[in-house]
Structures are given as C-alpha cells and as structure tokens.
Design a protein around this ligand. Structure first.
Ligand SMILES: NC(=O)c1ccc[n+]([C@@H]2O[C@H](COP(=O)([O-])OP(=O)(O)OC[C@H]3O[C@@H](n4cnc5c(N)ncnc54)[C@H](OP(=O)(O)O)[C@@H]3O)[C@@H](O)[C@H]2O)c1
Length: 292
C-alpha cells in the first residue's frame, strides 16, 4: 500500500514512519510539505496518489497557540481540511489526529456516580485555542471525506521530540526539586503503541472517530513518579496545583479517553500506560539499575 505521512519529523510522525516501514511509505516533514499550503498539499497528494495519508502535522504548543489563534487554526483545522479535500479527489483514506483537549474537563458520571472516560459520543467543549482548533479540524474532515479516521489521543510521549517523559528525565539529571501538577487526570500514551494501533486501524476499513490511548489513567504527578521509579532516580518530587502555574492555556482537569469503541471493533486494547512507559524508558536507555 502506498502511504504518505505528513508531519513526519514530529515524535509521532517518526514512529509512524517505522510502523509503516514495510509499506511503500513516503514521509514528508514540515520543511518538505507545509500542510497549511493548500496548493502544495493538493499537488503532493495528486502526484503520489497514496492509498492512505496519515497526518501527524500539527501546531502542538498548547500555550503558544493562545497567542496565535490564526496559526493554530491554519495548522490544526485548515491543514487537515486541505488534506481531506486532496484525498477526496484521489480516493485516498485519511488518518488525522485529535486530542483529549477537545473536552471540557468535567468528568462524565459513570456507574455508581464514579467518573468515567470520555467516549467518542460525548460533546466536545474545548477550553483552549489549541483544543478549539483541533475540534474545528475534526469537523472539517468529517464534512469533507467519508473515508477518514479521526484518532483522538492524549498525553503523548515518544523517544524523540519534546514530551513530558523526556522533560522529567532532564529534570532528574539537573538534580533539583521537581514540582508536578496532581489535579489533571488523563490517558498517558506512547507514540510507539499509538503508531502500531494506527496501522491496525488504517487497514481495518472502519472509518470515523476513535479514541486510541494506552489503558489506565493517571495524573501528571503519577507519571512523573513512575518515570523516576522506573529510571531508578531519587528525585525530590512534590505535587502542585494547576492554578499556581499560571500558564496561558487552561487544561481540562479530567480528560481520560474511553477506548471501548476501539477495543470492541478489534483495535487494541493498547497496553497499560505503565507498561508502555517502561518500554519507552528502555528505548531511551533510561531504565535505571535501582529501578523500583
Ligand atoms: N503531544 C501530545 O501530547 C498530544 C496529545 C494529544 C494529541 N496529539 C496530537 O497528535 C499529533 C502528533 O503530535 P506530536 O506529539 O507528534 O507533535 P509534534 O512532535 O509537535 O509533531 C508535530 C509535527 O508537525 C509539524 N508541523 C507543524 N506545523 C506544520 C505544518 N504547517 N505543516 C507540516 N508540518 C507541521 C511540526 O514541525 P515543527 O516542529 O517544525 O513545528 C512537528 O514535526 C498531533 O495531531 C497532535 O495534536 C498530541
């Protein structure tokens, strides 16, 4: 199968390139294809005529998006739209990624009143510019191309690029005290497991919106604690409230993704996030001798 991966220089794009390596796969970085350039997108898709386009390009600096809403909209809404329009003309399927930050953060009530994860059918209510731009991208793709997979994922970390896990390892190296918020709960996910699941999804023919994330839920504090334990690092780690951080973009307090839809249609379950994190640390060569 001929596959085009856009945003191929990002942390997910790089792992998607490996997951699709046994296909006839072309990866284009931002320098090679800017997805906000409608003509360039149309030209690239028409020239390659891929059966599948996987769009890993996005403006992912959640705080940065607050001061550049038009840039966020161009990359996260228009980019996927231009790709969907190009795919429509070539009969290609499009996979594009969205986020748990399309949700508002008030945990839906599950059995017995306990909080449950968001399903694909829960209403979106983004709190940030980033979340709104991703929700707009979802909407435009759905309206344009029936053969689409909108993959909502969350809290993504891979062996390359900028992410929370690598930041925690860097802070452990720096040796000072580390403060991490414990009042946001989500679905930590690795690019490695996500890319493998996307591959399975892309050949399934089961189009639509789907949540793909590692199993289990955690706060950022839980993830930091697990990173330091698995890496065998002694770090002075203390919990912090989000309100004390004063970051430009509000984050949902609860954004756990329910993956029932994916699992029941035969995609996944992805491994538990702790297992995924352990394998990520192995990949980074960061699993410590004193690992707990
Ligand atoms: N990271 C997370 O925690 C997270 C959570 C939920 C959903 N997602 C979604 O997952 C997907 C992959 O994200 P990621 O974590 O791999 O992010 P990433 O590492 O920031 O990768 C995004 C890539 O897209 C490129 N890009 C930005 N604007 C572009 C444009 N106009 N044209 C072409 N490429 C462009 C970036 O290039 P530059 O670096 O040169 O700008 C970067 O290589 C995104 O759709 C993101 O919204 C991520």
């Amino acid at each position: 199968m001929k596959v085009l991966i856009t945003g191929a220089g990002g942390q997910l794009g790089l792992d998607l390139l490996e997951a699709f390596a046994d296909h006839d796969t072309v990866g284009l970085t931002r320098a090679q294809l800017d997805v906000t350039d409608e003509a360039a997108v149309a030209e690239a898709v028409a020239a390659l005529r891929p059966a599948l386009v996987v769009n890993a390009a996005a403006a992912t600096d959640v705080d940065g998006c607050e001061s550049d809403p038009e840039g966020a909209h161009r990359a996260n809404a228009l980019g996927p739209w231009w790709l969907a329009r190009a795919c429509e003309r070539t009969g290609s399927t499009l996979v594009t990624f969205s986020t748990d930050y399309v949700f508002g953060g008030t945990a839906p009530s599950g059995p017995g009143g306990s909080p449950r994860g968001y399903t694909e059918h829960d209403p979106v209510a983004p709190l940030s510019v980033y979340g709104r731009s991703k929700a707009a991208g979802e909407h435009l793709v759905r309206e344009t191309l029936s053969e689409h997979h909108i993959v909502r994922t969350a809290w993504v970390s891979g062996a390359r690029g900028r992410n929370f896990v690598r930041t925690m390892l860097r802070l452990a190296d720096a040796g000072g005290p580390v403060r991490v918020v414990d009042d946001q709960t989500g679905s930590p996910t690795t690019t490695r497991d996500l890319a493998a699941a996307v591959r399975a999804l892309a050949v399934s023919g089961r189009h639509g919106t789907v949540h793909l994330a590692n199993e289990g839920s955690a706060t950022w504090f839980d993830v930091a604690e697990a990173v330091f334990a698995l890496a065998g690092r002694q770090v002075d780690l203390t919990p912090q409230r989000s309100s004390t951080l004063d970051r430009p973009a509000p984050r949902p307090a609860w954004s756990v993704l329910d993956t029932t839809h994916a699992r029941t249609m035969g995609i996944g379950p992805l491994p538990h996030w702790r297992d995924a994190l352990g394998r990520l640390l192995d990949e980074l060569g960061a699993r410590g001798p004193g690992a707990r």
